[in-house]
Write a protein that binds this ligand. Structure first.
Ligand code: NAP
Length: 263
């Protein structure tokens, strides 16, 4: 199934996903129709990706089989009722936070084929994570086509509504913390004489490589840490310093804070 793809809300997340799909060759940019609130700004971002800017949501719907819904959560109750008739015959894929299947049913027409997801920004370089809700109303063929598309840009995890919140925090918020870790390592590298560009490059590649090592070999993270710490060595001295400063608690506390804020 080759979909013409429509995008309602061509902001950061939609651009990351469309950019990833174009980069991976999963979609043809000529098959993508996008709209947003401000047309002039939309034209500039559409030009960057080579996709078609549309003046209205109706135009996007007319030209597309699948609609990626990527507006802000608070805009849903205003935007969707105006266009729900047009979405009825489309496959609607939402990335809108906290709009899971049951809540989507309250604003869409009955019988609309829809699914809720939660992506993170590394989808832009085809190294993302996309959490997909297990409850959806896509046909088997539509679901298979969507999964094939999502797999081109991300590790896909299917979850129930109860776990999507924490899954989304662990994958969606944490790129900010990983970037902070890279920045901190960069500062440390600079303090000890590396150039900033070199230090950031080393830190970023280390995070990418450590993640890949885990995903490919599946060793316990504690064992991965132990494998780098020789007795009486340099690395274990750094581990002790991190523990003295509450490194692991700081990480867990950040996730707790995100979850508390979502309540
Ligand atoms: N960013 C993330 O890391 C992330 C992660 C997971 C999920 N999400 C979800 O993705 C969604 C989009 O987030 P974002 O970060 O991409 O936000 P964003 O950059 O602000 O993009 C929102 C887009 O919606 C457009 N828009 C506003 N009103 C509209 C209307 N009436 N009709 C059509 N388009 C309209 C905006 O247009 P203008 O720019 O012209 O105003 C903009 O293109 C949110 O629901 C968020 O929860 C984001």
């Amino acid at each position: 199934m080759n979909w013409k793809m429509g995008v309602i809300g061509f902001g950061n997340m939609a651009q990351a996903m469309i950019g990833g799909w174009i980069k991976s060759g999963a979609i043809d940019k000529n098959d993508v129709y996008v709209c947003a609130a401000h047309y002039d700004k939309l034209c500039r971002s559409a030009e960057k990706y080579g996709v078609h800017p549309c003046r209205t949501i109706a135009e996007v719907c007319e030209k597309s089989d699948m609609i990626l819904l990527a507006i802000k959560p608070y805009q849903m109750e205003k935007v969707i009722p105006e266009v729900k008739e047009m979405l009825k015959d489309k496959v609607v894929v939402s990335v809108v936070s906290s709009w899971m299947f049951d809540r989507m049913e309250t604003v869409l027409c009955g019988g609309t084929h829809h699914i809720s997801t939660c992506p993170n920004t590394p989808v832009a370089v085809c190294e993302g994570i996309i959490i997909v809700q297990d409850k959806h109303s896509l046909s088997d063929d539509e679901y298979t086509t969507l999964m094939n598309l999502l797999n081109q840009i991300a590790l896909v995890e299917v979850m129930d509504e109860q776990h999507i919140g924490i899954g989304g925090t662990l994958s969606g918020a944490t790129p900010a913390y990983a970037a902070m870790f890279i920045e901190a390592l960069g500062d440390a590298g600079v303090k000890h004489g590396l150039t900033r560009a070199q230090a950031y490059r080393l830190a970023a590649k280390m995070i990418q490589g450590t993640g890949k090592l885990y995903l490919e070999e599946g060793n316990h993270p504690g064992a991965m840490k132990d494998a780098v710490c020789s007795p009486g060595g340099i690395t274990i001295t750094g581990v002790e310093a991190l523990e003295r400063n509450g490194f692991r608690f700081a990480v867990m506390d950040a996730i707790n804070a995100c979850q508390a804020k979502k309540m």
